[in-house]
Design a protein around this ligand. Sequence first.
Ligand code: 3GJ
Ligand code: ZN
Ligand code: ZN
Length: 375
Amino acid sequence: PPKFGVETPRLAELSDLFDSGLDQWGVDIFLVDELACHKPLCAVVYAIFEKRDFFNKFHIHPSVLVNYFSQVEQHYKQENPYHNAIHAADVTQSTHVLLNAPSIANVFTELEILASIFACAIHDVNHPGVTNQFLINTAMYFVTYPNLIPMNVESELAIMYNDMSVLENHHCAVAFKLLQEPSSNLFASLDDIQRRQLRKMVIDMVLATDMSKHMSLLADLKTMVETKKVSGGCLLKLDNYSEKMQIMQNMVHCADLSNPAKPLPLSTHWVTRVMEEFFNQGDREKALGLPVSPMCCRETANVEKSQVSFIDFIVHPLWEAWTELVHPDAEHILNTLEQNRDHYCELSAAKEAESVKEVDEEHLDEAERQQSDSK
Ligand SMILES: CCc1cc(COc2cc(C(=O)Nc3c(Cl)cncc3Cl)ccc2OC)on1
Ligand SMILES: [Zn+2]
Ligand SMILES: [Zn+2]
């Protein structure tokens, strides 16, 4: 198969970008998408497998990797502004960087690293571009209006998974279904025990990307950081599966929530995309007469303000805990997050001031009109 598994006339540029950027926090994943002819996931996974020597370690033939991840890439909906293959490539490459932190250098086995990279690559496959809550609401919707044929197969998902981590269950099922293709049997050379272990680890990590698990995941991480402090700072002798899995789940969750912690141009590009996807959902909720989800209303959303609260309440607490766990390896990431937060805060304040000025001018005009009327 072609290098990085993608046919591109810009192979040399892609190769150079990976040489300098594959291990860097903040590589321009949108440039990777461009250079890889809109197959960023295949390119990134191939490059990481090569860098980590997985082809040899797990006896995987490059053509099998390309067959499988081409299928996975095609099952990411490129019409989604946010939850598309670029996001999958972004989360995969981000986790690849996090795994390189010196303080967790010898914590994970090769199989655990393979499982983490694989889990990121498939973690949002076949995402419909709407949230779990939307799927749950619309599932009930068709129960109350049976004559309305389901507009889309996606509302069947909540029925299928009984409202429990609906999307995350679907991503996992699709990914493992695609593995059954004979030409895509990525893990053929693993033995039965390894294959079973890998499947369990991938399911545990992907199901943990459900935002409804965020608070419990973060609580576990904080507990682990506390115990790490007590054990004199040496990280993790980590003998049991559940402690190791907590770290891996939080690592993938951090990567999933890494947009605000990337260099500002990348961060703002992701905000534009996630907005577009949320607003599209808001439009559909309005059309269905459903209550419009928070942050999904095109007319009323305050983008900067919600980014600031998203960072303050969700993203920063998580990255603060991760940074402590792998101290001092992630300091620069936390600093970038805090600088970006201040940027959105300034934007939000400027926007606020602007709207107040407009109101004042309106009042001024009104007052002048009344004054001139009274003359
Ligand atoms: C007004 C719209 C709005 C949306 C936000 C939150 O912003 C973001 C939210 C998310 C975000 O929620 N991602 C997500 C994750 Cl990590 C797991 N499951 C589902 C989802 Cl949707 C990922 C990236 C964001 O900004 C770049 O803040 N304001
Ligand atoms: Zn997801
Ligand atoms: Zn995701």
